[in-house]
Design a protein around this ligand. Sequence first.
Ligand code: FAD
Length: 547
Amino acid sequence: PAKPRSREVPVVPQGVSRDQFLEALEELKRELGEENVEVNDKPLKDGWYMEHPNTHDMMTILDEEEFVAGAVAYPGNTDEVVKMVKWANRWLVPIFPISMGRNLGYGGAAPRVRGSVTVDLGRRMNKILDINPQDYTCLVEPGVSFYGLYEELGRRGLREHMWVDTPDLGGGSIIGNTVDRGVGYTPYGDHWACHSGLEVVLPTGEVIRTGMGALTEGGENTWGVFPYGFGPYSDGIFSQSNFGIVTKMGMTLMPNPGGHESFMYTFPKEEDLGPLMEIIRPLRISTILENVAQLRHVTQTIAAAGLPKSHFFSGSGTIPPEIIHSAAAASPVGDHTWAYYGMSYGPPHIRSYKLAIIDAEFSKIPGCRKIDPSTLPEDEYFWSRDRIASGTPDIHELRWVNWAPNGAHIAFSPVSPIRSADATKLFQLGKRIHEKYGIDFMPAFIVGLREMHLIVEIVFDRDDREEKERALECLRDMVDEAAREGYGEYRTHLVLMDQVAGTYGWGGGALGRFNERLKDALDPNGILAPGRCGIWGERYRGRGWEM
Ligand code: FAD
């Protein structure tokens, strides 16, 4: 981790004087309790994933002073969130909600507007309000992490009964990840699709419940089992937005399928990508390939072993392909280029039926190899995928962040159909632009159902300004060029939100204007997470905030 930087003055949001800001914080302390409001006047510490800061992005691609909180507050319940929102409206101080703040690669805990007061919901609002083993549902507060729910299932003796779908890293918040439309790797991997009903504090301080929770009485009874309730389905506007603060969420859990079996195939050549897509698509849409699976490039696989690039290569520029392949020789990928990690679910006779089809189809790629898991050592990456795809949170995935010294990362995440031409075009686009900027290309295709996210992580040294600038330019080029070809980002880092929102410009920017109209109606003072997802309230628009 980088050394803490010194700081002499607290960070104050633009348009508010230092004295006013401190006075406002004194008032907030009276509302929430002295100990629940912290001024950010200390050196910024980056920490690491499990001990991450809540004041800034520990993996920042800009100067870390750009997106930094002025203070952090810890409300203890929905009423205190309401108090905080009303306080923000009185003082016109921007506030930025986080559940856990582990949104690494997309901005971490940082607010978009410098000096915002971070609403750290997770610290005190961390209750599992309900687990229902009959319906396979739960109701959680923002501070419940994937690990937290998994452990609670264990305490209640329910772990064999139901599974938590978890992203690559289990330390995130179930609500935080879901409202940012994050993904996991069981058949329940589309987290937003698996949630059911929200409680939301609106930017003016009203509280609403959506779905069945909105019933005048007794909504808890059906909160988790039917997501829609009656009337317009409003949940969508509270994901990837700045229209409300989610304080409770219903979530569905996966029944233990009665057995599971991970499998791994490798394919020799980069050019195999196209034909592979034609094989994967029908299998995935018909759910013979059952989970959100990953097709990873060998460079990613090498990096996931956790050794720095300097261990393999001391030259400058990108790591040459022959060095990658010699580094991979001892791994299960060997001299191949692609590795597919998947899982089959159910009792053995059901699995063997599906696995036989998969094997016959994958084997159509000349040179395809099926890896025998019994040959793999315990700390091999395969076993991390095995845990994650069977509902056990993990943090092995963090290892590839070690690729660069002071390792940080930022993601390019366009959505594509699962088709040969599209995968090949996106792959070539990413490869060419990475080469232009001298950056190692580490693509992984995350196969949803009818679409896939290409996730390309750029790993950079967070203390190297030149490297960061290059990474950002590379990303900006990829976002624009991909969008021109019809591939939009599914999610993005704070720094790219205006650009990405701009790529969804059909109808002369009709969607953006609609979002602005909603923003102004729901948040007339523009206090809630200004700029998040490229949505700025009237008070900020056209005043030079967009980047
Ligand atoms: P938070 O940081 O709390 O929230 C994310 C954002 O949502 C916040 O910035 C905020 O704007 C908004 N938000 C949060 N809570 C609320 C609320 N209550 N009300 C309104 N808005 C809110 N992500 C994946 O999805 N899948 C992966 O497989 C994955 N793999 C990763 C691998 C590595 C090595 C790393 C470093 C990151 C990975 N990530 C992945 C990204 C990230 O770590 C996770 O998405 C993580 O769960 C997000 O952090 P969080 O849950 O703490 O959310």
